[in-house]
Design a protein around this ligand. Structure first.
Ligand code: C5P
Length: 233
């Protein structure tokens, strides 16, 4: 499994995004486009970033009836992005439909991973609002395994959960993990964090880092440092 650092480009305009990406002369980082940037700029932003030679994780977290998700995924697949995601809560039927929609006529498709439970959901809201009476870890592992059975490639999870996900779903089941900070870094609003080196030790396949890189004084040097710590190369 290729380990890589994905930079969360949480900018609100194409201009800010290109100004940031222009800093990288010799590197072509894997880029995450989230809802903010996609809704601000539309599909064109994915096409342009792809044209510049970056791999793209399109983080739109689809969750709707299977037919709608299937058709939406067929559209996203044409953008030639490298990774997309859905909410596992949409059920196995929805996830299977997502894979079907994503698969191109030649049999190729982007990677597809599932969000199990959002890290913003705590045990209390799981129980009191979602009426799920099981412990969070059990829910996350069950949803991950459901995603695997539906044919997905992996999950988005905390780096702290990566080893347990691999134990349950296999070493080849991808773990994409946000919540990564440097040892001395500001944690921002992330609570359960690890360093890139710890994420590697626990078994993350891809780490997602936003502000520690995008807000750094020298984003390129910071990205290279993250990559070195994470891949151990
Ligand atoms: O700036 P920071 O490194 O915290 O960015 C992390 C990125 O990963 C953000 O784009 C955030 O929306 C995303 N993310 C997350 N936690 C999740 C799922 C996605 O932080 N559970």
């Amino acid at each position: 499994m290729a380990k890589d650092v994905i930079i969360a480009c949480d900018f609100d305009s194409a201009e800010k995004t290109y100004n940031f990406l222009d800093l990288f002369e010799n590197e072509r980082p894997f880029v995450k486009i989230g809802m903010e940037l996609f809704y601000a700029e539309g599909p064109q932003i994915a096409k342009e970033i792809k044209k510049r030679g970056h791999k793209i994780f399109l983080d739109l977290k689809l969750h709707d009836i299977p037919n709608t998700v299937k058709k939406a995924m067929a559209v996203l697949s044409k953008l030639d992005v490298d990774m997309v995601n859905v909410h596992a809560a949409g059920t196995a039927n929805m996830m299977k439909a997502a894979v079907e929609g994503l698969t191109r006529a030649d049999g190729t498709r982007p990677l597809i991973v599932a969000v199990t439970q959002l890290t913003s959901t705590d045990e209390e809201s799981l129980k009191e609002e979602l009426l799920i009476d099981k412990p969070m870890e059990e829910v996350v592992m069950y949803y991950a395994d459901n995603a695997r059975k539906a044919g997905l490639d992996g999950v988005v999870c905390s780096p702290l959960e990566a080893a347990a996900v691999h134990a349950k779903c296999g070493e080849n089941f991808i773990t994409v993990t946000p919540g990564v900070r440097f040892e001395e870094g500001d944690r921002g609003d992330q609570k359960r964090v690890t360093t890139p080196a710890e994420a590697r030790r626990i078994g993350s396949d891809y780490i997602v880092m936003g502000r520690p890189i995008t807000a750094a004084a020298d984003p390129v040097a910071t990205y290279i440092r993250a990559k070195k710590e994470f891949t151990g190369e």
